[in-house]
Design a protein around this ligand. Structure first.
Ligand code: 13P
Length: 279
């Protein structure tokens, strides 16, 4: 069933686990994640990067995500990841999204607050939850990380914007880490406390050691994003098929191993964040 961000995050809050949020890129990645969620009875978020919305790949993927979510027997939220402006948010809402992230972390604090509040006002009108970002979460290729999220600023940000969950910078980055990351778990606790228990979001979930993921969830992470690992699983599946001399070139058959590979990865992550059996 298709559910909204507030509802699915509420499930994680109640059960002290995190919702795995998988970035999806095509119908095969959608199929792999949904199969995993069904098999493990897990609530999941399927999210798309704004470039998919901009390039209108979303025009094809969005109906597939919505159809998959409507048919699923587990809760599924369709979410915009790192929306940079109102345009992407409105377009994806029109295509059926039930969660929106507005990422104003590259802007100064006041601008981030007012832009995020504007998106929250739009989404409130149709009861869609908004994820904000404070403390810019960069790429593993950046020379250095920005300043980690400040708990007091986070408290003010949440109060003034009304976001239903907040992405924080605590030593995480997007992509496969070049060296083992070290998450600032005490900061997660401090942000949780300062914000009165706001559900927090961990971006850059590909490659964070399991023990750190578990500690972060214990401290208040309620959504974990996984993007790069989905791409790798899909690519590995495809390579396996290419190496098989008996492979079928019929595209639907050709894709079967890649779908299975995404499913296996999604099952691992669902178990890691303890979302299995929660639907
Ligand atoms: P990874 O690609 O590092 O898993 O990060 C995904 C993410 O945080 C998407 O917003």
């Amino acid at each position: 069933m298709l559910v909204n961000l507030k509802e699915i995050i509420g499930m994680a809050e109640k059960g002290n686990f995190a919702i795995p949020a998988f970035n999806v890129y095509n119908i095969e990645t959608v199929m792999g994640v949904i199969d995993a969620a069904e098999e493990l009875r897990a609530p999941v978020i399927l999210q798309v990067y704004p470039r998919l919305v901009n390039e209108e790949v979303g025009f094809y993927i969005a109906p597939a995500v919505v159809a998959a979510a409507n048919r699923a027997t587990v809760p599924v939220c369709f979410h915009l990841d790192h929306g940079p402006s109102e345009m992407e948010a409105i377009r994806l809402l029109r295509w059926g999204a039930t969660g929106i992230m507005y990422d104003g972390s590259v802007h100064p604090f006041e601008e981030n607050v007012s832009n995020t509040k504007h998106i929250v006002d739009i989404c409130d009108a149709i009861n869609v939850g908004v994820e904000g970002e404070l403390g810019h979460i960069g790429s593993v290729n950046d020379d250095e990380m920005e300043e980690f999220t400040d708990p007091q600023e986070a408290a003010e940000f949440v109060k003034r914007t009304g976001v239903c969950c907040l992405a924080v910078l605590i030593g995480n980055a997007h992509g496969h880490y070049k060296k083992t990351p070290k998450l600032d778990i005490d900061r997660v606790k401090a942000i949780r406390e300062a914000t009165g228990g706001t559900p927090l979001v961990l971006h850059g979930g590909s490659g964070i050691p399991d023990d750190q993921v578990k500690a972060a969830i214990k401290a208040g992470i309620r959504k974990m994003n996984i993007g790069t690992d989905v791409c790798c699983a899909f690519a590995e599946g495809t390579q396996k098929t290419l190496a098989d001399p008996n492979r079928s070139l019929a595209v639907d058959v050709f894709m079967k191993v890649a779908i299975e590979s995404v499913k296996t990865l999604a099952m691992e992550k669902i178990k890691l964040v303890e979302a299995d059996g929660k639907a």
